[in-house]
Each structure stands twice: as structure tokens, then as C-alpha cells.
Design a protein around this ligand. Structure first.
Ligand code: PGA
Length: 256
């Protein structure tokens, strides 16, 4: 049985300590009381350390929104995995908003290097994959998403694959209010995500990996996704910026 995991991707919001604390002080205790789910808050880097102090080690976990694969060096403006260790347990890798403008720093190969580096440092990568509207309409979703999954996990051991989290996020559904249908997301996760993992690492690993859906998830539609057998949780953007995120997490668990 895979444990559900709901992650909040704050993106470039609530990045001042006062803003972040205002939300976290309201949601921390109620979120910590919801049992049977891993909850991860991924705020901007600027507030990770402050939130780590407030949140402590119980209940809610923290994640970063990106990292470099190198440990240190002449990389102006980058954040390394060893800087994150001790501040957070998770790190989002390969979000489509970064892939879209990141060039070689966010290529499939770079995503793979980040995944390996995160695991080496004991961080859990939340690896984002997903097709754009044109590929979706052309019927290329499975091939494209499968390719992203294969590239991201290239060279990993089966044990390591068992430690990652994947997030299937169709680009056309992100921030648009137009989510995928639960059935379509479930199908893509079964065929393109788990199917690709099964080919490379075996059925047991494919069945053990946790896979989220992301793209316009909110408290009203989360139950539909969680009712699907292949979907283990959600990566939530806009709806994670309000105290109602607690309702979303509560409903996610209830629908399981
Ligand atoms: P959204 O963002 O929930 O605002 O669509 C999801 C994401 O980008 O991870």
C-alpha cells in the first residue's frame, strides 16, 4: 500500500518570512493532525530556514523547488544539495516552468543529474513530467512522458527508483483551472509512468513508486484524483497558498 503524499508548490509566492509564517502558523497544527498522508511544503529558498525552525521534525515536511546537481563551485545564484540537507527532506526537480526556460540547465540530462545528486544526499526528489497541449492533442502524451521518465531515472538502481516521487503534471493543466480528468491522469500514470518504470526496473518497483497528479488541483476536485488506483497524491500550486489547503489534504485522505 503506497502512502499518499500531497505537496504544496508555492512557486514564487510567500517568499518573505512574514508572509510564509503567516500561512504556516495557521496550517501547521491542523495539517499535522491529518493522519495517513505525507504533507510537504515547498516554499521559496528564502524562507526554508525560517520554516524549518517553526515546523520542527514532526508532521509536515519541507521541500525545495529546485537545486543544482553540484555540491559547491562557481555557480552564481545556485543552491546545492548539501545546502538543503538539514533544511528540508524533499526537492522538486524538473518542474515544467523551469524546463520551459531553463535550457541545458533543465534538460532531461540535467534533471537526471539532479535526481542522482538528490538521492546521494539523502533528499527525496519529486520529479515532474508532463506533456504540453500540442503533444496532448497529437496523441503523443505516452511517448513523451515515458521518455521523460526514462531519462530522469537513467542509471538509477531499482532501490533508488523506489525512493523517488514522480509528479505527472500536464503543462496545459497547470495554473489554468482546467485539470486533466482523473481517468485520463490515471491512465497516463499507469501506462507512461508506471509502465516505463516496469520496463526498466521491474513490476514490483513500478508498483511501489509514489506518483502524484498535478495541474489545477483544489479542495473540490482532489477526491476524484485520490479515488484513482494509480494516483497517490497531488502536487498543488495555487490552491496551496491559502489555509484551505488543509481541507484539500483532509479530503485527499478521506477519498483514499
Ligand atoms: P497549479 O500548479 O496547482 O496552480 O495548477 C501545479 C504545479 O505547477 O505544480
Amino acid at each position: 500500500m503506497r502512502r499518499p503524499i500531497v505537496a504544496a508548490n508555492w512557486k514564487m509566492h510567500l517568499g518573505r518570512v512574514d508572509q510564509a509564517l503567516a500561512l504556516v502558523r495557521r496550517i501547521r497544527l491542523p495539517l499535522g493532525r491529518v493522519e495517513g498522508v505525507d504533507v510537504v511544503l515547498c516554499p521559496p529558498f528564502t524562507v526554508l530556514a525560517s520554516l524549518a525552525e517553526v515546523i520542527g521534525s514532526k508532521g509536515v515536511a519541507l521541500g525545495a523547488q529546485n537545486m543544482h546537481w553540484d555540491d559547491h563551485g562557481a555557480q552564481t545564484g545556485e543552491i546545492s544539495p548539501s545546502m538543503l540537507v538539514g533544511l528540508c527532506r524533499y526537492v522538486i526537480i524538473g518542474h515544467s516552468e523551469r524546463r520551459a526556460s531553463g535550457g541545458s540547465a533543465e534538460s532531461d540530462g540535467a534533471v537526471n543529474r539532479k535526481v542522482i545528486s538528490a538521492l546521494t544526499h539523502g533528499l527525496t526528489p519529486i520529479i515532474c513530467v508532463g506533456e504540453d497541449a500540442a503533444r496532448n492533442e497529437a496523441g503523443e502524451t505516452d511517448v513523451f512522458v515515458g521518455g521523460q521518465v526514462r531519462a530522469a531515472l537513467d542509471g538509477l538502481s531499482a532501490d533508488d527508483v523506489g525512493r523517488v516521487v514522480l509528479a505527472y503534471e500536464p503543462i496545459w493543466a497547470i495554473g489554468t483551472g482546467r485539470s486533466a480528468t482523473p481517468a485520463a491522469a490515471n491512465r497516463t500514470i499507469a501506462l507512461a509512468v508506471r509502465g516505463t518504470i516496469a520496463l526498466g526496473f521491474g513490476e514490483a518497483v513500478a508498483g511501489a513508486v509514489r506518483v502524484q497528479y498535478g495541474g489545477s488541483v483544489n479542495a473540490q476536485n482532489i477526491a476524484g484524483f485520490m479515488a484513482m488506483p494509480e494516483i497517490d497524491g497531488a502536487l498543488v500550486g495555487g490552491a496551496s497558498l491559502q489555509p484551505e489547503f488543509v481541507d484539500l489534504v483532509t479530503r485527499a485522505v478521506a477519498a483514499r
